[in-house]
Design a protein around this ligand. Sequence first.
Ligand code: HEC
Length: 195
Amino acid sequence: MSGKNALKIGEKILFGIFGVFIVLATLSYIALEIVRTRSPEPLFQVKTHYDFSPVGEQGSVMFREANCTSCHRALRNGTNMGLDLDGIGTKRTPEWIYQFLKEPEATYTARTLDHGARPKEASYVAELPDTTLVAIATFLSELRADQGSASSPMPPEGRSSFIDNMLKAWAPESWREKYGDVRDREYTATEAPSK
Ligand code: HEC
């Protein structure tokens, strides 16, 4: 006679699968932690860095005070709601960033989501005093990315036969004429690898 509380066969299977998942997740976590603590190199390399000028340092304070971190990440702080701005200085000049903050749509030459005229949520940014915008633009332009990082316009150094083969297999000939290979182009001063 089975008691009222005995598990049905379906429930046993379901809880069994659940249990296996939890055990596997715990074991993988322990394994990962062991590898992470014993590995001489960090698992995730930090590829963005900064070296602030006095104005850049003031800008970093204004950046936080102006609530930019409610939508952006910088110095690995903030949210991912908008764009991650770590490394932006390798892609954009201080002039471009200032121009964007002042006239977002004209600078993007495209419709923007949050920056721009009221009632857009970040419309207040363009209304900040000029000195604040200059300091913030300086701060952002000092956030640099290493070559090959996700926030760098430059691909990793050296040729990869994997990428060459993928291009050969997937990119139509017409693309090669229309678009240049980013690995062959000359880099601008802001993009150049910081050594
Ligand atoms: C309400 C969310 C929000 C707030 C607040 C906000 N931003 Fe943005 N930001 C965005 C979004 C979204 C984009 C992409 C452009 C767009 O659609 O508006 C962007 C784009 C940018 C870009 C251009 C990045 C690039 O390389 O294309 C910069 C620079 C920037 N924001 C700086 C700032 C600064 C500085 C502040 C604070 C003074 C700020 N943002 C506040 C959402 C926000």
